[in-house]
Design a protein around this ligand. Structure first.
Ligand code: ADP
Ligand code: MG
Length: 256
């Protein structure tokens, strides 16, 4: 059975896409069959996996509108070692087009059910909002991985996300839970970050992943080469951290 996780946080620029592509590459690196679903019309996860969003013949848009299956629309990225169900601007229109359709929040789930045997992990890179797209992600997933920066308002921002997850759990998807909080762009020299990190651990206990992703310029450079940092420069500190994170996640699976 495929493990399906949303990478979500309603804030923009917190490291969702970076986490999604590098975790996908890290999991592929340790031998897992991975599908990365780009649910953001910006298509950053698509481009960051070496797939040109401007040249997609089929995308997650077609899957949501049931005009293509995942087998038809997903592209294997040779360089990255995982499949990508890509997105581009067209996906922004899906929001409107889905409104009148039946089971509009279950479209992705239905499509993933049909591809369940093909993958060990499905990672869904969500847009920074609670839209119909994100809802499709949350309805399809077993859990949510929340990347977050250890900054002053981090805990406040989490309250909204935790409430959203609780609501979806209660009304739409009883499987859904928080898999864990991933501390990203971490700089141990900054006292405030250490303090927030400690607060997170005391609030959320073992829901905070052990692995910490450092701020690392190689991770930020990699997308301009159309690659995850883990593929672009596997020896960089940030890449090593994502490979560790992939191993930690695989180890946690039996207890989830
Ligand atoms: P989101 O998908 O949440 O909007 P991104 O993953 O696109 O966030 O990250 C926002 C910016 O921060 C990008 O420019 C990205 O390259 C950079 N970034 C993300 N993680 C790191 C990191 N660990 N170290 C350095 N830069 C990072
Ligand atoms: Mg993003």
């Amino acid at each position: 059975m495929a493990r399906i996780f949303c990478v979500a946080n309603q804030k923009g620029g917190v490291g969702k896409t970076t986490s999604a592509v590098n975790l996908a590459a890290g999991l592929a690196n340790v031998g897992q069959r991975v599908l990365l679903v780009d649910l953001d019309p910006q298509g950053n996860a698509t481009m960051g996996s070496g797939v040109d969003k401007r040249q997609l013949e089929l995308s997650v848009y077609d899957v949501l509108l049931e005009s293509a299956s995942i087998q038809e629309a997903a592209i294997f990225s040779e360089k990255c070692g995982y499949h990508v169900l890509g997105a581009n601007r067209e996906l922004a229109g899906a929001e409107v087009e889905l409104v009148d359709l039946e089971r509009r929040d279950r479209r992705l789930k239905k499509a993933l059910d049909a591809a369940d045997a093909d993958f060990d992990f499905v990672l869904i890179d969500c847009p920074p909002s609670l839209s119909m797209l994100t809802l499709n992600g949350l309805c399809a997933a077993h859990g949510v991985i929340v990347p977050m920066q250890c900054e002053y308002f981090a805990l406040e921002g989490l309250t909204d996300l935790v409430n959203t997850i609780k609501q979806v759990h209660a009304n739409l998807n009883p499987d859904l839970k928080i898999i864990g909080l991933l501390r990203v762009m971490f700089d141990p020299r900054i006292t405030l970050q250490q303090q927030v990190s400690e607060q997170l651990k005391s609030h959320f206990g073992d829901k905070v992943f052990n692995t910490v992703i450092p701020r690392n310029v190689r991770l930020a450079e990699a997308p301009s080469y159309g690659l995850p940092g883990v593929v672009f420069d596997p020896s960089a500190k940030g890449s090593q951290a994502f490979i560790e994170f992939a191993k930690e996640l695989v180890q946690r699976i039996p207890s989830l």
